[in-house]
Ligand binder design. Structure first.
Ligand code: EPZ
Length: 419
């Protein structure tokens, strides 16, 4: 399953470009199903999840052409040839559930396997389904599948209140509402930057979406949408991961292709822990000034501290001076990295959704295992700063969301090899 071998202690120096966002491109690839015309998506990251989503929409009738050299994909879906996303695909890629919105919008029906849980939590989809029902879809579940059907062929616009600002539910309902009859208002919507990127893509297709980035999104249904071109936004979580690695190793790096606004919570916390972060237009410079000072962190939906950066910050704070407290409010089991960090000598105590971290001046290299995408990233960060050699196993988890992370880190002077 692949491993990274990391010899710790080398500060990161230099400049590297951040890849495009995994969590922006997945709903956008799914939204291509809404149009019969060509959608050209540029700056695609070379990620396993992107390949998986392209494979899924191809199975539904999309003609997908991937130009790896130009880092772009062309998607044309003149006719849907299916409306089922089967368990084999959905179990590998949870984001597959995002095809339900476009399928209901375009075909008036969808059959999608329940995604099931994953290491970080049970990951229910009740908010997605509640929204579809409010728009007039009939929902049936059984044998591990959700079937949705619009009795008179089209969804109807309505006002939907999300009990929780779910990113996926907001994205699924936005895309479903694009071709619905009338106006849909999503209240208590997620406001993550990836939602804004999806709305920009939909509007370029001729949809009428407003309010993305706030907690109230309004979509006025249209009869059809046309093709378009779109460049995916930078990956704020990859950027935050590299910032944290540079700060922890006492380095000095510049990241290009970033939107500093997207990284405010991470920048604030790195500065609070004593690091220097300089915002320079579409670049960010991070300097590790000294051993980090302990912090308190509580994850929240955007613009709060992102849950997708929690594991990375936990690794960072293992080296801090003082006691840090991290509260994970979004997912019920997102501390899988803790036991692995403890194999490296970290002093962490868990109490429900709270991790109490007694910082020590250095962790020791060890053999550790990536349990999920961001836990794997946390172990890489810890290995870069640890004394000795760290071997991170099961790095296929990391490849799902980081495009050749070892190449980027090598360019910054890290001693990391893929095996
Ligand atoms: C997206 O997942 C991201 N994935 C996640 O990134 C990210 O952690 C998450 O948003 C939160 O920011 C993609 O965009 C592909 P949610 P999503 O729906 O949409 C509960 C990564 O590491 N919930 O906002 O699945 C749910 O259980 C990944 O890149 C319901 O209860 O997240 C969770 O506790 C991991 N019912 C919370 O909401 C629902 O119907 C947040 O889930 C939906 C969600």
């Amino acid at each position: 399953m692949g491993a990274f071998v990391i010899r710790g202690g080398k500060p990161l120096f230099g400049t590297v470009a951040v890849s495009s966002s995994k969590n922006a491109i997945l709903p956008i690839i799914s939204a291509c199903l809404l149009s019969g015309e060509e959608c050209l998506i540029k700056q695609i990251p070379g990620l396993d999840d992107v390949s998986g989503m392209c494979e899924l929409i191809s199975n539904l009738g999309a003609d997908v052409k991937v130009n790896g050299r130009a880092r772009q994909i062309s998607v044309r879906t003149p006719h849907l040839t299916g409306h089922t996303a089967d368990y084999e695909v959905v179990s590998r890629l949870r984001a597959s559930f995002l095809v339900m919105g476009p399928l209901l919008a375009r075909a008036g029906k969808a059959k999608v396997a329940l995604p099931g849980g994953c290491p970080i939590g049970s990951r229910p989809v009740d908010l997605h389904l509640k929204g579809f029902e409010a728009m007039g879809a009939q929902i049936q579940s059984g044998h591990g599948y959700i079937e949705a059907f619009c009795p008179d062929g089209k969804l109807k616009g309505t006002t939907i209140y999300l009990d929780f600002p779910s990113v996926g539910a907001t994205e699924n309902l936005m895309t479903a509402a694009v071709l619905a009859e009338g106006r849909t208002v999503i209240e208590n919507a997620a406001s993550e930057p990836e939602i804004v990127d999806l709305a920009a893509f939909l509007n370029k297709m001729g949809a009428k979406v407003s309010g993305a980035g706030t907690d109230t999104i309004v979509i006025d249904g249209v009869d059809k949408v046309h093709g378009t071109e779109h460049t995916i936004m930078p990956d704020r979580i990859e950027a935050g991961t590299l910032m944290t690695a540079a700060a922890l190793t006492g380095g000095d790096i510049t990241l290009t292709n970033v939107v500093p606004e997207h990284l405010k919570p991470v920048t604030a916390k790195l500065r609070e822990s004593g690091m220097e972060v300089i915002e320079q237009g579409s670049e960010l410079r991070v300097r590790g000034m000294a051993r980090p000072v302990a912090l308190d962190i509580k994850t929240h939906p955007f613009p709060g501290f992102p849950t997708d950066m929690q594991a990375q910050m936990a690794a960072y704070l293992c080296f801090a001076e003082g006691t840090s407290v991290i509260v994970e409010t979004i997912f019920e089991n997102r501390f899988m990295h803790v036991n692995e960090l403890k194999r490296m000598g970290a002093q962490i105590r868990l109490d429900g959704r709270t991790a109490i971290i007694e910082g020590i001046d250095c962790l020791q290299g060890a053999q550790v295992r990536a349990t999920d995408l961001r836990a794997g990233a946390a172990l890489v960060i810890a290995g870069l700063a640890a004394r000795g050699t760290t071997e991170v196993l099961d790095i296929h988890h990391i490849d799902r969301g980081y495009e050749f992370i070892e190449n980027k880190l090598q360019r910054l002077g890290a001693d990391i090899q893929r095996q």
